[in-house]
Design a protein around this ligand. Structure first.
Ligand SMILES: [Mg+2]
Length: 230
């Protein structure tokens, strides 16, 4: 077996797919509180589930006795509901180009594919499983590992090293994501960043935050390979 030299750490929402998981989280929080709360889209943009819950409370001016304990309870409940909530056909929508790119990268021995995502681990695979992508991502760092996204890449790199019995150089490690927080977590760790404008943030705004590359989506396989093979 050829040992991979390049580590690709993919974000999920807005980068590879879109899924109505925010609705599930909102339902769980509302059930726990016994009152409905409003959605606040901006908290999801690159946020980890450990920070999304307290920020939703704050934006709704709701106080609970112990925010950390409340968040843990919410995420446990969320993990129990999210898989069945997203398994019906059409709930998870793969973004154009994702399937072909992931399948192709998986065939290339120089690449190791993993995740750096704000989703809980259960939530991440609840989104990747329906379109058949779960098996391509055997490790990652998740939104229930740390609240601070900047701390996730080193964890994903450790897990990648363990799985592949090799170490990946930071200049050979790419964060692929759609938000400013993806760019920031790459920079905070001296990693490279391919920003994708297929989420909710336009290409110019992403460019203004100076990732290594910005592309509109994952459709142009040759373009993406050229960037990642540099
Ligand atoms: Mg995202």
């Amino acid at each position: 077996m050829i040992t991979p030299t390049k580590l690709l750490l993919f974000d999920i929402d807005g980068t590879m797919l879109k899924a109505p998981s925010g609705q599930v989280l909102l339902e769980v929080i509302s059930d726990q509180l016994g009152q409905s709360i409003d959605n606040q889209h901006e908290v999801y943009l690159g946020g980890t589930d450990l920070t999304v819950v307290p920020e939703l409370l704050e934006k709704n001016n709701i106080q609970v006795d112990d925010v950390d304990a409340f968040t843990q309870t919410v995420l446990q409940d969320y993990d129990q509901r999210v898989t069945s909530a997203l398994e019906a056909p059409g709930k998870v929508r793969l973004l154009e180009g994702t399937q072909a790119l992931v399948e192709h990268l998986n065939e290339l021995p120089q690449f190791a594919l993993g995740l750096v995502t704000g989703n809980t681990k259960v939530g991440a695979y609840a989104k990747l499983s329906p379109p058949g992508l779960a098996d391509y991502f055997k490790f990652g760092a998740f939104g229930d590992d740390h609240g601070n996204r900047d701390l996730l890449p080193p964890l994903a790199m450790q897990r990648a090293s363990k799985l592949h019995s090799t170490t990946f150089a930071s200049e050979n490690t790419w964060i692929i994501g759609d938000t400013l927080k993806d760019i920031r977590c790459a920079k905070a760790n001296g990693l490279r960043c391919l920003a994708v404008a297929s989420g909710w943030i336009d290409a110019q705004t992403l460019k203004d935050h100076q990732p290594d590359e910005v592309i509109d989506d994952l459709c142009d396989l040759e373009q993406v390979l050229k960037i990642l093979n540099r």
